[in-house]
Design a protein around this ligand. Structure first.
Ligand code: SAH
Ligand code: F3S
Length: 481
């Protein structure tokens, strides 16, 4: 399971509105997290000014770009398979150029050009503005690479084109990089140090999206609660900021409030929260503004204090419970979701039981669960032996998934016979006579189309449900349209 981005969107080629005078064809595929999909929109925007339109046919492409993910070994293997496929196409169209973007580009750097002979271009997540220069190099017959990580780059000044959009919901990135150094995680190495984007440019993007008819945005970052704008620069350098910079700094709850007030009818989501950085003022701001969706994605990774410490997650199980209690007290209607890892090095049966009992306490609405995958260069890889046997990891994961299924069912059933507000996003996958959308709590709901249309906020009476989906009937348009 991949988070936020639907499994069936992984690897989908992305298309944008074509410009009439553009003559070259770009085929761009994305894997991994929402941030990668958002980055691909920035890339397509930069290349659209360089004469490229998008195509969904690999065979027609002058340039093939793949935006890659390194989070687990399996993600990298998927990309390697795609490179083989491009290679086959390249044999019939030798003029086609292939570029690797994103986290794998950053992790493997020039190794990519040496190992994967078909790759012409390697571009890390902070170097997309250099694409025009790099492409010129490639056109001159040279390999091109830029994997420099930046202290400042937030792409705040690139207005992203929207790829494969439903015209209703969009991602807005607010921070890049991560300073947390969880010992299992490759992101701090592939995406660099944490920096925040100018709130003014975020608000401009939000306002622009509203004027184009969008009804929901998701503020994106590896760790959104850590957002801090003090005029630019790395989060870690905030301590050296001037008094005036400190006094006028904008933190995440300030940013949420700015967005909620700028467009009071726009639904606002955010992802991902980190327990050690999610402060009470964020929860209180969520309570104050009805347009901020009542859902918190709050990865915990493990329920064992010993494992949390080994993972360098800077909170205990007890502190996490306190946070959960605060969320439930201040935001009783809020849904909570998790990420969990089974089989981190040294994890015992007791540690695993602690994870299951933590799940019992919280009763998450849904979650994304993984077996531990050792990543080269991370602290865990350097310091700890990957000593939990694969079959034990798999068995523990299956138990975690089963427990989550039980909880999802309980939580979803709580909505039976209630009325929920649903933003219509698309036709249901199962029936062309039904709409599909999400509630404020990020629960999918389907119902007969009647006279409603995509982008409408509709009050829906829930009559049935599966463990993850609400099924109901639309009563009327909500007052929030
Ligand atoms: N803060 C980020 C986390 C990115 S990684 C965010 O925006 O969501 C997403 C999830 O992948 C993590 O929460 C973790 O549960 C999982 N993950 C990360 N590294 C992993 C590894 N080495 N093995 C297995 N799962 C991992
Ligand atoms: Fe990774 Fe931990 Fe950051 S999971 S992205 S290092 S919060």
């Amino acid at each position: 399971m991949e988070k936020i981005i639907d499994e069936n969107k992984q690897g989908e080629s992305l298309v944008i509105e074509n410009k009439e005078n553009n003559t070259k064809q770009l085929y761009i595929e994305s894997y991994g997290c929402a941030m990668n999909f958002s980055d691909s929109e920035i890339v397509a925007s930069i290349l659209s000014d360089q004469g490229y339109n998008t195509t969904q046919s690999l065979e027609d492409a002058d340039l093939v770009l793949v935006n890659t993910c390194s989070i687990r070994d399996k993600a990298e293997q998927t990309v390697r398979k795609r490179l083989e496929k491009y290679n086959a196409v390249k044999r019939t169209n030798p003029k086609m150029k292939v570029g690797v973007l994103g986290c794998m580009a950053e992790r493997l750097k020039s190794k990519f050009l040496e190992e994967e002979k078909i790759v012409d271009l390697v571009v890390g997540p902070d170097a997309y503005k250099d694409l025009p220069n790099l492409l010129a190099e490639v056109e001159d017959g040279r390999d091109a690479i830029n994997v420099i990580l930046s202290k400042e780059e937030t792409y705040g000044d690139v207005s992203p084109v929207r790829l494969n959009t439903n015209g209703v919901s969009a991602f807005v990135s607010i921070t890049r990089g991560c300073d947390n150094m969880c010992t299992f995680c490759v992101v701090p190495f592939t995406r660099g140090r944490e920096r925040s984007r100018d709130p003014q440019s975020i608000l401009e993007e939000v306002n622009d999206l509203w004027s184009k008819g969008y009804k929901e945005i998701t503020l994106l970052g590896q760790n959104v609660d850590s957002y801090l704008w003090y005029g630019g620069g790395l989060k870690k350098d905030f301590v050296n900021a001037s008094e005036i910079q400190k006094a006028t700094a904008v933190n995440f709850s300030n940013l949420l409030e700015l967005c909620a007030k700028a467009q009071p009818k726009m639904r606002i989501r955010f992802s991902t929260s980190n327990p050690q950085d999610l402060t009470l003022d964020v929860i209180e701001t969520m309570a104050k503004f009805p347009n901020i969706c009542k859902h918190i994605h709050l990865p915990v990774q493990s329920g064992s204090n010993r494992i949390l410490k080994e993972m360098n997650r800077l909170h205990t199980r007890e502190e996490y419970f306190q946070l959960i209690d605060n969320i439930k007290r201040i935001l009783p209607s809020c849904s909570i979701s998790q990420d969990l890892i089974a089989g981190f090095p040294t994890e015992t049966e007791q540690d695993h039981q602690d994870t299951l009992s933590l799940m019992d306490y919280v009763k998450y609405n849904f979650g994304y669960m993984f077996t531990y995958s050792e990543r080269p260069g991370t602290l865990a890889e350097r310091k700890l032996e990957d000593d939990v046997p694969e079959e034990t990891k798999k068995r523990r994961l299956a138990e975690i998934v089963q427990r989550q299924r039980e909880h999802s069912e309980i939580k979803t059933k709580e909505y039976l016979n209630t009325t929920v507000e649903v933003l219509i996003e698309r036709e249901s996958k199962k029936s062309d006579s039904e709409w599909s959308g999400r509630t404020s709590q990020n629960i999918v709901a389907v119902f007969p189309k009647a006279n409603y249309k995509i982008g409408d906020l509709v009050n829906v009476k829930v009559t049935h449900c599966t463990s993850a989906t609400l099924i109901g009937e639309a009563l009327e348009l909500s007052n929030n349209n």
